[in-house]
Design a protein. Structure first.
Length: 445
């Protein structure tokens, strides 16, 4: 019979396939969240093992951790030198050490080189051997303000340890959510063309004001934009989401810049022109208004008004300006939305858009997908080829980024078979940003 931990492996993504993660569990009440954290990592394909302190065992049973990971946890070090076999050089070494939850006590011990638990001894080996460490604190917020804890956290940060804080609720600095922790691990372990690259995603609906309280808008949930930003972050990118009106939540680890109407978006583009130029890709699934109007001051009175005439004028075009502000080799990916048209019309209008605005790729789809969990999109590289991608929007976003990433890496040369995407041989991008840019809050509390 397949162990439950294997049955769920890779259900969300395969981005952590072949990756080994060791999780260190210390004695916070937040340890009850560890099985959920482990399972979230496994759903992305990871192999997870655990070490526990004696205090953690009082809160969550070793059997629960074994159920979650599929492996018995290490409770104390033995002649098997588990801290070395799990994190030292050689076959089977973990790719990352995640300490979640990390108590004030464990944090202080690691910062001062005290190795009196399996968790802290593993930290010493990881620090000495260059294994990445992600640390998720959980404690009362006043403990987080203790100068000794603040000093220890800053010391660990200076040593390259990534600190991942959750929300502060009712005086408690909560552990980060399983989804946030998995995102941090994915981002830290990412490899490939998106690692350290700047990506700008423009999404949501524009709202053109009629008066102080009313507006005209286009249909868009913003789900595609959020999926693209999320999947790019998972792949190691330094992502920024420019968001109009959204109907979906944005993960807290994605930086967001808000805009309302087309004029606001253009102003934002000029304000962020340097960031646009440094982007390896600008993806624009936004529902942008083609028409706007001169808003009236205050609120238009509705009492006694049976009919209201609005005069619409053509709005300025955003995509050509984005192309001008972010010239090649930045890849501009535009989206084309039609209503009730067939495949031929989608391709025709998509290629027309590419020529008009200078987009490198166009993604064409039908309005019926707006607000739905799944979609069926036609991907059109400007230099030829086409591909249909169908499925959940997160899956579509991941496949699109993988295809575009292959173009960025120039993994394929020459013509592709008929019906398949053709990959160009782009110049290396001179403006790729280096290093990790994951935004993290400061000391809890």
């Amino acid at each position: 019979m397949v162990h439950p931990s294997r049955a769920i492996r890779g259900r969300t993504s395969r981005l952590l396939d072949g990756r080994k993660i060791l999780i260190g569990v210390s004695g916070s009440i937040a340890a009850i969240e560890v099985p959920k954290i482990v399972r979230e990592l496994i759903r992305h394909g990871a192999e997870v093992r655990a070490v526990m302190t004696s205090e953690a065992i009082r809160i969550v049973s070793p059997e629960a951790i074994e159920f979650a990971t599929g492996h018995p946890p290490v409770l104390k070090l033995s002649g098997g030198v588990e801290h070395v076999t799990l994190l030292g050089p050689g076959e089977g070494r973990a790719d990352l050490y995640l300490i979640a939850p990390a108590t004030a006590n464990t944090i202080a011990k690691i910062a001062h080189g005290i190795d009196d638990t399996a968790v802290t001894s593993c930290a010493s080996v990881a620090l000495g051997g260059g294994v990445p460490i992600v640390l998720a604190p959980a404690m009362h917020s006043l403990m987080g303000q203790n100068p000794a804890v603040v000093e220890s956290l800053e010391k660990l940060r200076a040593w390259g340890v990534e600190l991942l804080f959750g929300p502060s609720v009712e005086g408690e600095a909560k552990i980060a959510s399983p989804e946030d922790i998995a995102a941090a691990v994915l981002h830290r372990l990412a490899t490939g063309p998106w690692k350290g690259a700047r990506v700008t995603v423009v999404g949501g609906a524009s709202r053109e004001p009629i008066d102080a309280v009313r507006s005209i808008t286009n249909q868009s949930s913003g789900a595609t934009a959020v999926a693209l930003a999320t999947q790019a972050f998972y792949r190691g990118a330094d992502v920024e989401l420019w968001a109009g009106a959204l109907e979906v939540a944005v993960p807290g680890w994605i930086p967001v810049r808000r805009w309302r109407g087309v004029s606001d978006l253009l102003a934002l583009a000029h304000q962020r022109r340097n960031e646009l130029r440094r982007s390896v890709a600008v993806l624009v699934p936004a529902a942008l208004s083609d028409f706007t109007l001169e808003p009236r001051a205050g609120k238009i009175a509705s009492r006694g008004t049976d009919r209201l005439t609005l005069t619409l004028v053509r709005a300025p075009k955003v995509l050509p300006e984005l192309r001008r502000l972010a010239p090649a080799p930045t890849r501009l990916v535009a989206y084309k939305l039609l209503a009730g048209e067939g495949a031929d019309a989608l391709e025709k209008e998509g290629r027309r858009l590419a020529e008009e605005v200078g987009a490198d790729w166009v993604v064409a789809n039908d309005v019926s997908a707006v607000g739905q969990a799944e979609a069926n999109v036609l991907v059109l590289p400007r230099e030829g080829g086409r591909r249909w991608i169908r499925g959940p929007k997160a899956e579509i976003a991941g496949k699109l980024l993988d295809d575009l990433g292959r173009e960025l890496m120039d993994l394929s040369s020459g013509p592709a078979p008929p019906g398949e995407l053709k990959s160009r041989r782009p110049r290396a991008h001179p403006r790729r940003s280096a290093g990790r840019r994951a935004r993290r809050r400061s000391v809890p509390g």
